[in-house]
Design a protein around this ligand. Structure first.
Ligand code: UFG
Length: 327
């Protein structure tokens, strides 16, 4: 397939690009490099454009043919979205609408959309399946839900197919150790733990210890970024059989608290990791654990990284390379 990958220079996007290339597909990356990295993509054409630049986007995509689009280009930090909601709605909703308009203009009708567990809000069941009520508690989740709803309507009205993949907590790095999670500033738990492990002056913070969870810290379902990439390609096979709109939740189905993750990381790196307790972060639900049975049965998704230690180990290999390269 020839795939257009907006956001292909970002964390999950760059792993998708590698995975698609490793599976014999041709990739064109579209990115504005606002949070993506040029070192994260190779062996492909790159279209440097922001999705909000409607004119440039339309010029760049005019007459181009792709078998499908995998769309990652978005703002994705819960805390930031609470502080800057307009930026999230503009980038995530209007940006996606611009992209979909250009797809419709150029007769490109197959999309895999990067969605999130944040569309669900506070869980009302132990594990979150696709039909769980959707009540996002932050603008990030709200913006992704708005896009899902928009895509559903577009699929109904046009010859258009969209598969939304709702990631739980993406983690880990490519097995080559060449690409991994590098945000600036870094807000995610596993990279922050590994950065603390690699430096002597740890400033790791644990955000909230009075959640209604067994040890008081938030519980999340960590899923390897290469396993997420696998699901996207399966999404295209699925859409050949089942046209229109569909959605799948992607996680391993096991919940780990912040303290569980710190303990698992200590075993992986072989040393203790210092942290301090901080106030809760805005917009964080206490527990998010996926029920991914639908992805397993309908997509044929078979994640390879089933345990937390293997996910942390792959992240740790990359972090070590990345920190060494900076010295
Ligand atoms: N955390 C810390 N210290 C840190 C970083 C995070 O204690 O330095 C805690 C957070 O408060 C949270 C957990 O670790 O309880 C995981 O936080 P991350 O920032 O790694 O990930 P999030 O759970 O915030 O984000 C994920 C996905 C989003 C999704 C969100 C839903 O990355 O796409 O879950 O809330 F929207």
């Amino acid at each position: 397939m020839k795939l257009l990958i907006p956001g292909g220079a970002g964390y999950i996007g760059s792993h998708m690009v590698r995975y698609a290339q490793e599976h014999g597909h041709e990739v064109v990356v579209l990115d504005d490099f606002s949070t993506g990295h040029d070192w994260a993509v190779r062996d492909c054409e790159i279209l440097n454009v922001n999705l909000l630049d409607h004119y440039k986007l339309s010029q760049l995509l005019k007459g181009r043919q792709f078998d499908g689009v995998i769309h990652f280009a978005a703002k994705s930090l819960v805390g930031e979205s609470v502080k800057k909601p307009a930026m999230y709605y503009r980038n995530n909703v209007i940006g996606t609408l611009n992209l979909v308009n250009e797809m419709l203009n150029n007769d490109i009708n197959t999309l895999v959309f990067s969605s999130t567990a944040a569309i669900f809000g506070h869980p009302v069941t132990d594990k979150i399946a696709e039909d769980h009520p959707k009540n996002p508690i932050n603008p990030y989740g709200q913006s992704k839900l708005m896009v899902e709803n928009m895509l559903q309507d577009i699929c109904l009205a046009n010859d258009f197919n969209a598969t939304c993949l709702r990631y739980f907590n993406a983690a880990g790095a490519h097995e080559s150790g060449e690409i991994g999670e590098a945000h600036d500033p870094e807000t995610h738990l596993i990279p922050n733990i590994l950065k603390a492990a690699l430096s002597n002056e740890s400033n790791l913070k644990v955000f909230g210890v009075d959640y209604s969870t067994p040890d008081g810290t938030c519980v999340r379902d960590y899923v390897h970024v290469s396993d997420l990439a696998q699901a996207h390609l399966l999404g295209f096979e699925y859409m050949q059989k089942y046209r229109g709109f569909s959605a799948f939740n992607l996680g391993n189905g096991d919940g780990f608290s912040v303290f569980d993750v710190i303990k698992a990381a200590e075993k992986v790196v072989g040393k203790s990791i210092k942290y301090e307790i901080s106030p809760k972060r805005d917009g964080d639900p206490s527990v998010l654990v996926a029920d991914s049975l639908r992805a397993v049965s309908m997509l044929g998704w078979v994640p390879s990284f089933k345990n937390l230690a293997s996910i942390i180990k792959s992240a740790s290999n990359w972090h070590k390379n990345f920190e060494d390269a900076k010295v």
